[in-house]
Write a protein that binds this ligand. Structure first.
Ligand code: PMP
Length: 432
């Protein structure tokens, strides 16, 4: 494997970027602030499981653009769909056939959605589900689970409380205290805390937002019975359950996490993978609830770019790749190979880790405690992760620059790539 030696051009680009782009990056998670600072790597080209940076270094990529690139970079089928769509014009501002075809395909894959609406990002999709839930129930309070990220709309930027059920405080300057008072945060995987909170606030709750499998403080599965209890208790109090499947849909199976656990939410928010790499979001749910949305109902939501032909075409093409037989079995097998190799490397080098994996997604926490909630994930040693992250880069493996993110496998990774990655992990662990 080529071992990156110099990143001079990345350094120069970053210095320039700092002058012109706030913080040098267009999304804070791309900065290396959480891993000890320094210039991020400027990628020039992606090809399958690989990235090539502006200095000519090659990396095996597990970032997958924070999830969407499940079929690898520049997948030929998706590329072809984009070329074809763009040759007919990029944006119409009118209805067109592809959006109908794509809506049907999504509904067939996620049957709890009677009706869908496309947006441009996961943030917009989640933000709108909350508006619709409020419109439908006539209530105002919103519940979310600590540490779960649901995009950057004001309401969703409310911090985790430290108590079992706390009224939130703003997690970002510019979000008002009044907004924070509309959000209640409870720990993930804690049915009792959830039940107690609902006893107190239930009659005022419009909706409960759930990442059915957490992807935002690493990969954390729901404990047996947790999702069912959340669904039942929420409904007992007349509130709606919204699944944020922006990460989970089409990540673990062809369809969504709700099907994995056999639970139907009232509404679902989607994004990432369903765009095949282009900007997208979507939300959907029961017809009666969705009919609250304009032009049928009083809840307004719109978008100049929503349902644009290019995103519809790449999204459809991506799902066509994912529905082929064997895709998720392959992702699972590669994930198992990677997990076994990382565990063995940790044993060999005496590095303490906790590894959470579900099929083709995993997180390595630098802690000896099991991680089932945000509090547990926080215990992962960020300083050790920062050094590990940089050693992996030097050894030709690109991870997300945060101890809270997942490693994502793609359909284009090979067993050989996993072997190379495990060798890199061994070299990195040896130097920790
Ligand atoms: N929900 C979840 C679960 C997410 O992980 C993200 C993005 N990481 C979002 C919503 C927001 O999506 P976007 O970045 O497309 O706005």
């Amino acid at each position: 494997m080529a071992t990156p030696s110099t990143r001079d051009k990345s350094d120069i680009l970053y210095t320039d970027a700092l002058t012109h782009i706030v913080g040098g990056v267009n999304s804070p998670s791309r900065s290396f602030k959480a891993v000890g600072g320094g210039a991020p790597v400027y990628m020039e080209r992606g090809d399958g499981a690989y990235f090539y940076d502006v200095d000519g270094n090659r990396y095996i990529d597990y970032l997958a653009a924070y999830g969407p690139i499940i079929t690898g970079h520049a997948h030929p089928h998706i590329h072809k769909a984009l070329i074809e769509a763009s040759s007919k014009g990029l944006l119409y501002g009118t209805p067109h056939a592809l959006e109908v075809e794509f809506a049907k395909k999504l509904k067939a894959a996620i049957p709890s959605m009677d009706k869908v609406r496309f947006t441009n990002s996961g943030t917009e999709a989640v933000m709108t589900t909350v508006r619709v839930a409020r419109a439908y129930t006539g209530r105002e309070l919103v519940v979310k689970f600590s540490g779960c990220y649901h995009g950057h709309s004001d309401l969703m930027l409310i911090a985790a409380g430290s108590g079992p059920a706390t009224l939130g405080s703003p997690d970002s300057a510019g979000v008002t205290r009044a907004t924070a008072k509309e959000v209640i945060t409870v720990p993930f995987n804690d049915v009792e805390a959830f039940r107690d909170m609902m006893r107190e606030w239930g009659s005022q709750i419009a909706c409960v937002l759930v990442e059915p499998i957490v992807g935002n403080f690493g990969i954390v599965e729901p404990k047996p019975g947790f999702l069912q209890a959340v669904n039942d208790i929420t409904h007992e109090h007349g509130a709606l359950v919204i699944y944020d499947e922006v990460i989970t849909a089409f990540r673990f199976t062809y369809g969504s996490a709700q099907q994995v656990y056999g639970i139907e939410p009232d509404m679902t928010a989607l994004g990432k993978i369903i765009g095949g790499g282009l900007p997208i979001g979507a939300y959907g749910g029961k017809a009666e609830i969705m009919e609250t949305v304009a032009p049928l109902g009083p809840a307004y939501q719109a978008g100049t770019m929503a349902g644009n032909p290019a995103s519809m075409a790449t999204g459809l093409a991506c799902l066509e790749v994912l529905e082929q037989p064997g895709v998720y079995e392959k992702l699972d097998a590669l994930g198992a190979q990677l997990e076994a190799g990382i565990r063995e490397a940790a044993d060999t080098h005496g590095v303490t880790i906790t590894l959470n994996r579900l099929k083709g997604a995993l997180t390595v926490y630098f802690t000896d405690e099991i991680v089932t909630d945000y509090e547990g994930a926080e215990k992962s040693d960020g300083e050790v992760f920062g050094r590990f992250f940089k050693l992996m880069l030097e050894n030709g493996v690109n991870l997300a620059p945060s101890k809270y993110e997942a490693w994502f496998l793609t359909t284009e990774h090979t067993e050989q790539d996993i072997e190379e990655t495990i060798a890199a992990v061994n070299r990195a662990f040896a130097q920790l």
